[in-house]
Design a protein around this ligand. Structure first.
Ligand code: ADP
Ligand code: MG
Length: 382
């Protein structure tokens, strides 16, 4: 049930969020997920609940101070405009004591859930210990709902649970995409995590009008077509999947690459020559962008996940930045998701009202869009 259905006041609420943000030095690179959780936090605070805020941060194997959630405090205080109390544990007497002393309407941030290896093992014992902290469970962590982890699955299973406003929006918008198979829908897929994108292509091959590729994903498909893609290594398994999935796939026609430390421009016909393989493809070119723009114009719905090139290098972020401009200008009903993909958009454009929905989910969004049932949603009755 959505959080508005929780009519009581002054309860202890365990709020699972996904504040697994990236840091550069002591700055946060992406505060989008924190901002999107604000509405639910404000709501709980307004009804004078004690908010027990829980997240994971990174992927620690053990307790390491570098990945303590304590680091988040100044950013949370700034974005949420509320004081954040902290306890350096997730379970046990010390945490309970802190909760007892917490003001109604106040926030207590727990230590990194993944400091306990039980979290990723979906341990029921760990869940039981977390349960002792609160009266209700609320999820505002859409982006981890594809993971069967203790705080995402085992815990809400044994507690009266609710979901937050943002999670509700995610489901609403992504369901609309899933249910719009009859409309011209165009997918733009790129990036490097090939294994997470192959099922999406499989699912949408028959349901979409076209799938435009960029990034490493495009290189895989070019390779199976026999083009010389230079220095490129990929699992045989992906080449086999790509071979089966070729229809509806639209591939780039020009590229930027690096060769002997220099940026070079290549067209598809250059990739027919098999004599030189000393280059590495790192971005798409202008002709591809023109071509893709023309196709996108006829679509009614656009889904974009995965950068068109190596965005971390300024010389090769062009294709992705231009793709973002094209999608913004078209202003059709679009869904954009993925950690790196969102980083291409400025936070200003993300906050601006438009027909573009920026999903907080990377992997979760991809799995949802293949009609898979996500464990963390199923347990919330979604
Ligand atoms: P997202 O997080 O948006 O889902 P992925 O995690 O799948 O996207 O992939 C993002 C990464 O893909 C970026 O770090 C980007 O540099 C990389 N990438 C895209 N195209 C290329 C390329 N041609 N060569 C190397 N890396 C690439
Ligand atoms: Mg990524």
């Amino acid at each position: 049930m959505v959080i508005e259905r929780l009519k009581e006041k002054k309860k202890r609420v365990f709020l699972r969020v996904d504040f697994n943000v990236k840091f550069k030095g002591d700055k946060i690179l992406d505060d989008f997920r924190i901002k999107t959780a604000k509405r639910t936090i404000d709501y709980l605070s307004k009804y004078n609940h004690k908010i027990i805020l829980a997240t994971h941060l990174g992927n620690p194997k053990r307790r390491i101070s570098k990945l303590s959630t304590k680091k988040l405090i100044p950013f949370l205080e700034k974005i949420l405009k509320k004081r954040i109390n902290f306890v350096d544990d997730c379970i046990g007497e010390k945490v309970k004591e802190k909760i007892k002393r917490l003001n109604f309407g106040g926030i207590l941030l727990l230590e990194n859930l993944r400091f306990y290896k039980e979290e990723k093992k979906n341990s029921e014992d760990f869940a039981k210990k977390l349960k002792e902290l609160a009266d209700y469970y609320v999820s505002e962590a859409f982006s981890v709902c594809h993971r069967k982890h203790s705080s995402v699955y085992a815990l809400p299973k044994i507690m009266k649970n609710y979901y937050g406003f943002r999670l509700k929006d995610e489901i609403k918008v992504l369901s609309k995409v899933l249910n719009s198979c009859k409309k011209p829908i165009i997918l733009v897929l790129g990036g490097a995590k090939i294994s997470t994108k192959v099922p999406l292509i499989e699912f949408w091959k028959k349901r979409s009008s076209a799938i435009l590729l960029g990034g490493v994903l495009a290189i895989v498909f070019l390779k199976v077509k026999g083009f010389n893609v230079g220095r490129f290594l990929v699992d045989k398994e992906f080449l086999l999947s790509a071979r089966k999935l070729q229809s509806k796939i639209i591939l780039p026609i020009d590229f930027y690459a690096i060769s002997k430390n220099k940026k070079i421009y290549l067209t598809l016909s250059d990739l027919l020559k098999q004599n030189n393989s000393s280059f590495k493809i790192l971005d798409i070119g202008e002709k591809t962008l023109d071509f893709y723009q023309k196709i996108l114009k006829v679509g009614e719905i656009i889904v974009w996940n995965g950068p068109m090139g190596l965005i971390e290098d300024k010389r090769f972020s062009f294709g992705s930045i231009e793709m973002a401009k094209i999608i913004k200008k078209l202003n059709k009903f679009s869904v954009v998701g993925g950690g790196e993909t969102l980083s291409i958009f400025s936070s200003k454009s993300i906050e601006k009202n438009s027909k573009i929905f920026y999903s907080t989910g990377g992997g979760a969004m991809l799995e949802f869009l293949t009609s898979k049932k996500l464990p963390g949603l199923k347990v919330l009755g979604l």
